[in-house]
Design a protein around this ligand. Structure first.
Ligand code: GLA
Length: 387
C-alpha cells in the first residue's frame, strides 16, 4: 500500500467519507551546516522522499478532529474558539495544536476540519519528522481556509509551534526546507535573511542516510543548552548572533571565553565558513573539497560541539575508510544519535551498504537502517486518486 492509499483509507475508516485533499510535507537531510541556523548562519539541506501526509476534509462546526494513523488511530479533538492547551500524554497532538495556535495568533481565521495523519520519515532519526508534521499541518490549513500564506511563513509558523508549544528552541532549517525544497537541488539557506540558493548535487553522486538507531535521549535539553551557550558567546563578542563573528575575530578574542563556551562557538564560527565553502564546492563538483569539509564538520561536532555518539562516530569512520576523498560523510541533524549522511558515487552504494551491514550490528549491537533519496520538492497537495 502506498502512503497515499494508507492516508486515504485511514481517513475513510476514521471519518466515514473521502478526504477533500491530501498534503504531503517532506523530511530533510542536512548536507552541512549543523547548529548554525539559530546562530543566523548558513545551512545546506535538501528535502527527501520520506514525508508526512495529511488528509483533510472541512467540517460544518469549529472542531478540529485528528486521527493519528501511525499511533493506532489515536485521536485528538479541540475547538477552535476555545483556548488550545498542550496535551501531556499525547505528544504528537501538540504539533497540531501548536501550529493551529500560532496560525490563530497571527490572526488567521480557521475552519473546523477532520485530519488523518501518517508518515514514513523515521522518528528520532535527525531527519525532521516533526518539521514535516508542522509544515504539513500549516499547509493543510492554508489550503483549507485559502489563507495564501507564503511558504516561508508556513515554515516560521511551524518553528514557532515547536519553540512555544513543544518546548524545543529549534532554528528554522528543518521547517524551511520542508516547505521550500526543490527537486534535484540542495538549498543553501541564509538563516538571517531566509534567502534560498539552489545548489546542485555533483552528477553521479547518491545521498545515503544511515540511521544508527541510537535512541535519542535528552535531545531537547542538550539542544537548548547548546543554543544558550552560543548566545552567551555572541554576547561576549558584542553581537546578536555568532554569524557576525569572523574566524579572525574569533581567534583574537576566544581566550577570554569560558572554555566550554569557546568550543561551542568555535564549532559555529568555522561551520558557517565550511558551509559557504561547501556551496561553492557542490556547484563546482569538487568532491575532494566536499569530502574535506564534511570530515571537518563531523570532527567539529564530535570534539567541539560534542553532539555525536560512539555509534555515530563508528559509522562515519567505517564509511570514510572506504570512501576516502571520493565522497563525504558526517552526522546530520541535531545530534545525540540519529543518522549519518554520506555523499557517495553511485557505483559505491552497494559496497558501502554491505560494509555497514557486515560490521555495524556485530560491533555495536544495534541494527542500522539505510535510506537513499535524491533532493525532493517541498510541501504540496497531492492529486486525489479516485477509488
Ligand atoms: C535540529 C533543529 C534545527 C537545527 C539542527 C542542527 O534539526 O530543528 O533547527 O538546529 O537540529 O543543525
Amino acid at each position: 500500500m502506498t502512503q497515499q492509499e494508507k492516508v486515504t483509507s485511514g481517513f475513510e475508516v476514521a471519518f466515514g467519507h473521502q478526504p477533500d485533499f491530501i498534503v504531503r510535507a517532506p523530511g530533510r537531510v542536512n548536507l552541512i551546516g549543523e547548529h548554525t541556523d539559530y546562530n543566523d548562519g548558513f545551512v545546506l539541506p535538501c528535502a527527501i522522499q520520506y514525508a508526512t501526509l495529511v488528509a483533510v476534509s472541512a467540517r460544518a462546526d469549529d472542531k478540529v478532529v485528528v486521527s493519528a494513523l501511525d499511533y493506532d488511530g489515536q485521536t485528538d479533538e479541540f475547538v477552535l474558539s476555545e483556548q488550545i492547551v498542550p496535551q501531556e500524554n499525547k505528544l504528537w497532538a501538540n504539533y497540531v495544536r501548536g501550529v493551529v495556535t500560532e496560525l490563530q495568533k497571527r490572526g488567521h481565521q480557521l475552519k473546523g476540519c477532520n485530519l488523518a495523519i501518517t508518515g514514513n520519515v523515521p522518528q528520532g532519526a535527525g531527519l525532521s519528522s516533526s518539521a514535516a508534521l508542522e509544515v504539513g499541518i500549516g499547509y493543510a490549513f492554508d489550503q483549507l481556509c485559502q489563507l495564501n500564506i507564503d511558504k516561508a511563513d508556513i515554515a516560521l509558523i511551524g518553528q514557532a509551534a515547536e519553540n512555544n508549544f513543544v518546548g524545543c528552541a529549534c532554528g528554522i532549517m528543518d521547517q524551511l526546507i520542508s516547505a521550500c525544497g526543490r527537486e534535484q537541488m540542495a538549498i543553501g539557506i541564509d538563516c538571517r535573511t531566509l534567502g534560498l540558493t539552489e545548489v546542485s548535487i555533483p552528477s553521479g553522486m547518491t545521498i545515503m542516510m544511515i540511521n544508527s538507531n541510537v535512541k535519542r535521549g535528552l535531545v531537547d535539553s542538550e539542544y537548548n543548552t547548546r543554543r544558550a551557550q552560543c548566545e552567551q558567546a555572541a554576547a561576549h563578542f558584542g553581537v546578536s548572533h555568532l554569524r557576525d563573528v569572523t574566524v579572525a575575530v574569533f581567534e583574537m578574542k576566544k581566550d577570554q571565553l569560558d572554555p566550554v563556551v569557546a568550543k561551542r562557538a568555535e564549532h559555529v564560527v568555522y561551520e558557517n565558513k565550511r558551509t559557504v565553502d561547501a556551496m561553492k564546492a557542490f556547484n563546482k563538483g569538487d568532491i575532494v573539497k566536499i569530502s574535506q569539509l564534511m570530515a571537518a564538520s563531523h570532527a567539529s561536532m564530535r570534539d567541539l560541539f560534542e553532539i555525536t555518539t560512539k555509534e555515530i562516530d563508528y559509522l562515519v569512520e567505517l564509511i570514510d575508510g572506504v570512501l576516502q576523498d571520493k565522497g563525504g560523510v558526517r552526522m546530520t541533524g541535531g545530534g545525540f544519535g540519529g543518522c549519518v549522511v554520506a555523499l557517495v558515487p553511485e557505483a559505491m552504494v552497494d559496497e558501502i551498504s554491505k560494509l555497514i551491514e557486515d560490521n555495524y550490528q556485530a560491533d555495536t549491537g544495534l541494527k542500522e537502517t539505510i535510506y537513499i533519496s535524491g533532493p525532493m520538492a517541498g510541501v504540496d497537495t497531492l492529486a486525489l486518486e479516485m477509488a
